[in-house]
Design a protein around this ligand. Structure first.
Ligand code: UDP
Ligand code: MG
Length: 319
């Protein structure tokens, strides 16, 4: 049994918010409708303001003052989506289950009762699976490319149609908190912790208002985090490349030595060959250093042991 014995289960929604003033009124209205519906649970929303520059925090503070089911955790600056999510999960305890979702209503709150039903049926992890994707153009190509690469590289494949939207039971939340890393890729971590997992289909919506806060550059960085923290394959590929280049070099060297010993004259041509080889090998070495650097930089960040986020202020939380 997932929930605490016999009593009504408590569900907390964790929602990172960054410059979402345009969607907050609709978000609060739709969450209130969900909470009022009851669905046999008690509800609470833990909104994390990730250093918004607009009136998001102010609007959410007012909401928390109006309705005790809403809490606000304000971070001291913009720490990024993954850190805000970690902050929310830490502040959502104790709850029997935690739902993670975006603030922009691309993840429709109306699906959440289905997550809860799947959890009550024994799943510890529930993933919202998109029937359709709202993204188009470059973002779409980027997402597809990332998932194609990630699937090949990682030992913990992430379903291409799942994202942050989903539910974690209490045990899964505790397991998530045991993962101490700084570069966090939520879908990968969720796959890593294991537990019985269920998928619930939903239609991904367009953003209710405003523009995406995750810039393309951030998404690329996020994708790199996914690859480098869930795979050693880039390093292994370097080793293989090194071995094959070395073997080829050895064979070519041997060929010329034997020719020389046999007395074949070497006319000095081959400038093109030399320049091509020098550039090629230089390129391979630089890529190699780059890959090493990706791992080294991440190791450095881990070693520093800085916290993932700093909380500035809490409103509406039970202290
Ligand atoms: N977000 C955040 N911190 C950031 C960027 C985004 O907390 O630095 C929040 C944002 O408010 C939204 C969610 O993360 O609730 C997803 O962001 P967005 O919709 O911009 O990204 P996408 O839909 O492209 O994943
Ligand atoms: Mg969005």
């Amino acid at each position: 049994m997932n929930q605490s014995s016999g009593s009504v289960p408590s569900i907390a929604l964790v929602i990172p918010v960054f410059n979402e003033e345009q969607v907050i009124p609709e978000l609060c209205a739709r969450l209130t409708a969900l909470f009022d519906g009851g669905h046999g649970c008690t509800w609470r929303a833990v909104l994390v303001d990730d250093g918004s520059k607009d009136r998001s925090a102010e609007l959410l503070r007012a909401q928390a003052a109006r309705d005790p089911r809403f809490e606000l955790v304000e971070l001291s600056r913009n720490f990024g989506f993954q850190s805000a999510l970690a902050a929310g999960l830490a502040h959502a305890r104790p709850a029997d289950a935690v739902v993670t979702m975006d603030a922009d209503l691309q993840d429709p709150p109306e699906v959440i009762p289905e997550f809860v039903a799947a959890w009550r049926n024994g799943a510890e992890v529930v993933r919202g699976t998109r029937r359709s994707r709202a993204e188009t153009g470059l973002r779409r190509v980027g997402f597809d490319l990332f998932h194609a690469i990630f699937r090949r590289l990682s030992d913990f494949p992430v379903e291409p149609n799942t994202g942050t939207f989903g539910l974690l039971g209490r045990n899964a939340v505790e397991a998530y908190h045991q993962l101490p890393e700084r570069h966090r890729f939520f879908p990968g971590l969720r796959a890593w912790i294991g537990f019985p997992t269920a998928d619930v289909l939903y239609d991904r919506q367009e953003r209710a208002a405003g523009t995406p806060q995750q810039t393309f550059r951030r998404l690329v960085r996020y994708a790199l985090d996914g690859v480098f923290s869930f795979s050693h394959l880039p390093l292994r590929m370097l080793t293989y490349t090194g071995i094959s280049v070395a073997f080829t070099g050895f064979a070519i060297g041997l060929f010329f030595i034997v020719r020389r010993l046999l007395g074949v004259e070497i006319a000095f041509t081959g400038f093109t060959t030399i320049i091509t080889l020098v550039l090629f090998l230089g390129g391979v070495q630089l890529i190699g250093i780059g890959v090493l650097g990706e791992y080294l930089g991440r190791m450095y960040d881990e070693v520093k042991q800085r916290p993932l986020y700093v909380v500035k202020r809490r409103t509406g939380a039970k202290q």
